[in-house]
Design a protein around this ligand. Structure first.
Ligand SMILES: Cc1cc2nc3c(=O)[nH]c(=O)nc-3n(C[C@H](O)[C@H](O)[C@H](O)COP(=O)(O)OP(=O)(O)OC[C@H]3O[C@@H](n4cnc5c(N)ncnc54)[C@H](O)[C@@H]3O)c2cc1C
Length: 397
């Protein structure tokens, strides 16, 4: 496998860059440059622009409405999007449930669910975790009882991202209590407007409302919405988790953060010096940049080797290392921004004070970014669980 960017990859990078420059709506670009919060709706709007150009699902085959790009082009696309400050795209449809429907869905399910995933029309959410089933996911207890041509679902999901906005949920439910816990799980696609679904917000330490508790009270789901075989959902769930973990590695976003750290580090905060002139800061940043380069290569290797449409257990390596890097970068950003990360910068109360010298986008985002990146250790499976997967499944210990 040759990891160098080919001439055609470089031409492709130019094509992506000029497409973004021409097509990213100005108000979204301005919002991003000013460090304002980009919403899930902003991401959906941008997804629709990409889809109208045929770029709605880069990693999917053309047969399913995707771009059919190889792993290098997919990465170039992600990196250019992050560097240009494009709104992040919701991963649930294109990166998570879409590949599962392609691999295990019926022709009817593919015809029904794949086109609105590519176009950005359907927003999806993930119904895996429950109050007593996180790391031990197979302990989940939300029951689905088959009655005629439907399942009746009762139970509760927790830590559900965007359930309050999503059109659809891919959910793990229990359809059997016989045998091993993994053997009684089924995947259902649930319309979030169905009677009996309710949710309560969970506000996180960065102040966001992304997470929810979702309840199911006698929710009727047609049998046609079951993925694959009943009680075989654990296989499909693991297929999806490999891809989820790979995307939490956030390599393109970390690449952008390194660039921002160099920019902010060069600004003069005190005594005519930027923090980049501080040898200790510079060596910490350089060490992380080296780790990021290594992760980029590992990412290419995992994607190259996964011919099945899932990053599989390689996703655990990417998530573990990517989390370490993105958290370390968020800590360095706090160090670089220093006092200006505080929500109570005293100068804001002085007449005529406008902005901190390092630029408002950097300053106001440093603390929320730091707080948000803490969650990377937990979401998609905690760090300890990734280490267990790497030890058992990758290293065979
Ligand atoms: C920001 C965010 C978004 C999320 N979004 C979603 C979502 O959209 N949908 C969804 O279904 N879930 C979502 N989750 C939930 C996430 O998947 C779970 O939080 C995660 O799997 C951990 O489960 P838990 O919280 O129940 O912790 P627990 O499983 O209770 O773990 C508690 C601690 O014990 C440790 N531990 C547990 N078992 C072991 C073991 N065998 N060996 C060593 N250590 C162990 C864990 O590492 C952890 O430190 C999200 C979580 C976060 C933080």
């Amino acid at each position: 496998m040759d990891l160098r960017e080919s001439t055609s990859d470089r031409a492709f990078r130019d094509e992506v860059r000029s497409f973004i420059a021409k097509n990213l709506p100005k108000d979204l670009k301005d919002k991003s440059d000013a460090g304002l919060r980009l919403t899930v709706e902003d991401g959906q709007r941008w997804h629709k622009v990409l889809a109208s150009h045929g770029w709605g699902a880069p990693g999917w085959s053309r047969e399913h409405g995707g771009c059919g790009w190889d792993h290098s082009r997919q990465y170039i696309w992600e990196e250019e999007m992050a560097m240009a400050g494009c709104p992040p795209l919701s991963p649930f449809a294109v990166k998570m449930v879409g590949p599962v429907i392609q691999a295990f869905g019926t022709p009817e399910q593919k015809a029904r669910f794949l086109p609105p995933a590519v176009s950005g029309e359907h927003l999806w959410c993930q119904g895996y975790s429950e109050p007593n089933a996180g790391s031990d996911l197979a302990a989940l207890r939300t029951m689905a009882v088959k009655t005629g041509d439907k399942y009746v679902v009762n139970g509760m999901k927790i830590w559900n991202s965007y359930g309050h906005k999503a059109d659809w949920m891919f959910a793990l439910v229990r359809t059997s209590t016989e045998g091993k816990t993994q053997e009684g799980i089924t995947v259902l696609l649930i319309d979030m407007k169905t009677k009996g679904i309710s949710h309560r917000p969970i506000i996180t330490i960065d102040g966001s409302h992304i997470l929810n508790e979702v309840r199911f009270d006698d929710v009727e789901v047609p049998l046609d919405n079951r993925i694959g075989e009943e009680n075989k959902g654990w296989t499909y769930a693991k297929y999806l988790l490999g891809n989820e973990r790979a995307l939490i590695a956030q390599i393109a976003q970390s690449t952008k953060l390194v660039k921002r750290l160099k920019e902010v580090g060069a600004k003069e905060l005190s005594e005519g010096q930027g923090i980049i002139d501080d040898g200790d800061f510079r060596s910490k940043l350089a060490a992380i940049e080296v780790e990021l380069d290594a992760l980029r290569v590992t990412n290419q290797r995992v994607l190259f080797e996964s011919r099945t449409g899932s990053a599989g257990n390689g996703g655990a390596i990417l998530k573990s290392k990517g989390t370490f890097i993105s958290q370390a970068l968020s800590e360095l950003m706090l160090e670089a921004v220093g006092y200006y990360a505080s929500p109570w910068v005293l100068e804001q109360f002085d007449a005529g004070w406008n902005q901190p010298p390092i630029g408002p986008g950097y300053a106001k985002n440093a603390m929320p970014l730091y707080a948000r990146q803490r969650a990377n250790t937990i979401e998609g499976g905690s760090e300890e669980i990734q280490k267990n997967v790497i030890a058992k499944q990758v290293l065979g210990l």
